[in-house]
Ligand binder design. Structure first.
Ligand SMILES: Cc1cc2nc3c(=O)[nH]c(=O)nc-3n(C[C@H](O)[C@H](O)[C@H](O)COP(=O)(O)OP(=O)(O)OC[C@H]3O[C@@H](n4cnc5c(N)ncnc54)[C@H](O)[C@@H]3O)c2cc1C
Length: 495
């Protein structure tokens, strides 16, 4: 079997390294989301990747050009006008958050789509527009022999939104992406344009890192990069109840691991009873590293295998066999760091208007991870929710961001559910989410904020020690509550 065919097969069985599936949403010509209702004078309605967050907005402004003096003035004018009219404002990029975090109800929603990059090869950094997508970052860095230090599993997202949710990825041994940001420019509610870094306005820098756009609008950023590398995988079968310590040992105890993830068997009759760990290390030959393809074509092949799992335990068994047995046998070919990162979410579309794919994520310490898996074995099968994938990641401690979800080493359990778009399914999902968050909190862990807003208020307070200080900081910096989204309205405003 040729190398590319082996990779396609492997990725197909693994349902793409990030493990995400997507919907028609991603094929929308307006990448920032569906725009409905312009013709009859009704408010514009934006939605996000959940397809469950229709939000009426007063204005939708897309920024496509690099900010200059005139567009900075226009931004300032818009903030002033919105303040006078008591309209909220929020910035967004690809709107792949799933609970209205990227939209301002009856306010102004900005879509940042201004993409530019300037590399500083001496300092291993690049300056970039806040709306630049990771696909563009990879394309520019790849030809120069560099790679993003940390980004999510897919390349569709904006760099400032990645910092604003403080996303993690599967490059190791890193913490969340904020740790790799050197500085940024941000416009505050009063129209000041400030620089934030660890040296300048450090309190704002750390509060805005994972601050969901609630402190201001980021216009540009300076971010670290690392050399690109040719990598080869190692596949290891692991006892799920011992996955946490085994995974951390493999990452910290083995030299040069650059990328790492895990997967679990989700077939119903062997639910979470088997796990695989996949680690990537540089090959001995680092010469002539090939350019990273936009590997969406691989995802297309993966789609059918991935989607066949819906409602079929046979297909789930088949996929796990591919992933745990055939994959390791045929998938040992080398690849590049940028190739692994350059994966779009577009091609796993479920093509079913009655369903949507919803992500969940829970962060648990390695030593308690086995107990969390035991709890999941109880909670998920009885929830009426259709789990299609679990990907596991390592997250290094983050003691910088105020809303940190990883104060110590964490294993991230990323779950992808296919959910019916119905009131009943939403209620089932809410119940299951509350139970999973309770289990995570009991074990000293927490959950991730960019997805559905199904947590109870007491759960966000317990899970985020920095929530109240963050709310106080936001009120001090933005007393008129200009920057608002559903996360603020639903929880933080009440903290
Ligand atoms: C398929 C898929 C895969 C994912 N993979 C991962 C993963 O591997 N790891 C992970 O950690 N997360 C992952 N996520 C979650 C993802 O990182 C977040 O949803 C992220 O916000 C998506 O980026 P976006 O450009 O769509 O952000 P948006 O949803 O547009 O915005 C997210 C937040 O950033 C704020 N924001 C955006 N731009 C600015 C700006 N210029 N200034 C100030 N604030 C701003 C918004 O106000 C909002 O609160 C995934 C999500 C999906 C749907």
């Amino acid at each position: 079997m040729s190398k590319t065919t082996r990779r396609a097969f492997l990725l197909g069985t693994g349902a793409i390294l990030g493990g995400w599936a997507t919907r028609r949403y991603y094929t929308d010509p307006i990448p920032a989301g569906t725009l409905i209702g312009t013709a009859d004078g009704k408010p514009l309605t934006l939605n996000d990747a959940s397809e469950l967050s229709p939000t009426p907005v007063a204005k939708h402004i897309t920024i496509t050009d690099k900010f200059d003096a005139a567009s900075i003035d226009a931004l300032r004018k818009e903030l002033k006008e919105a303040t006078a009219e008591r309209r909220p404002v929020i910035a967004s990029a690809a709107r792949h958050s799933m609970g209205g975090q990227s939209m301002a109800r009856m306010g102004t929603t900005y879509t940042m789509a201004h993409e530019w990059i300037e590399l500083d090869k001496t300092n291993l950094t690049y300056r970039t527009g806040s709306g630049t997508r990771w696909s563009t970052v990879i394309a520019k860095l790849d030809v120069e022999g560099f790679s993003p230090a940390v980004m999510q599993s897919n390349n569709d997202f904006g760099v400032a939104s990645t910092y604003s949710v403080n996303a993690h990825g599967w490059p190791v041994p890193f913490g969340p992406m904020g740790a790799t940001v050197k500085s940024l420019q941000m416009m505050l509610a009063d129209g000041q344009l400030i620089t934030c870094s660890r040296e300048e306005n450090a309190d704002i820098f750390f509060a805005a890192m994972g601050g969901y756009g609630l402190l201001g609008i980021i216009t540009e950023m300076e971010i670290e990069m690392v050399p690109n590398a040719r990598l080869e995988p190692t596949f290891t079968q692991v006892d799920p109840l011992n996955f946490g310590p085994t995974f951390v040992q493999a990452i910290k105890g083995t030299p040069n691991v650059q990328m790492a993830y895990g997967r679990m068997d989700i077939s119903i009759d062997r639910f979470l009873e088997d796990a695989m760990m996949i680690t990537y290390r540089p090959t001995s030959d680092q010469s002539d590293i090939p350019q990273a393809p936009g590997s969406g074509w691989l995802s297309k092949r993966a789609r059918d295998i991935f989607r066949a799992q819906l409602g079929s335990d046979i297909a789930k068994h088949g996929r796990w066999w591919f992933e745990s047995s055939l994959g390791p046998m045929i998938g040992g070919g080398d690849t590049t760091r940028n190739t692994l990162l350059n994966e779009p979410v577009i091609t796993l579309d479920d093509r079913d208007p009655t369903r949507t794919d919803i992500l969940h994520e829970y962060f648990i310490s390695p030593e308690n991870f086995g107990s969390f898996i035991s709890a999941c074995r109880e909670i998920i099968p009885s929830s009426y929710q259709e789990l299609l994938n679990i990907t596991l990641r390592y997250v290094q401690p983050d003691n910088e961001s105020w809303l940190s979800y990883a104060p110590t080493d964490r294993i991230a359990a990323v779950m992808l559910f296919s959910q019916e778009k119905s009131v009943r399914a939403e209620e089932d999902a809410r119940r299951m989410t509350e139970n999973l968050i309770d289990a995570a909190l009991r074990l000293g862990g927490t959950y991730y904020l960019p997805y559905r807003l199904h947590a109870r208020q007491d759960q966000i307070i317990s899970g985020y020690a920095g929530l109240r200080p963050f709310a106080a900081k936001k009120r001090a910096m933005d007393p008129g509550n200009l920057f608002r989204n559903a996360l603020w309205d639903s929880y933080i405003a009440k903290a």
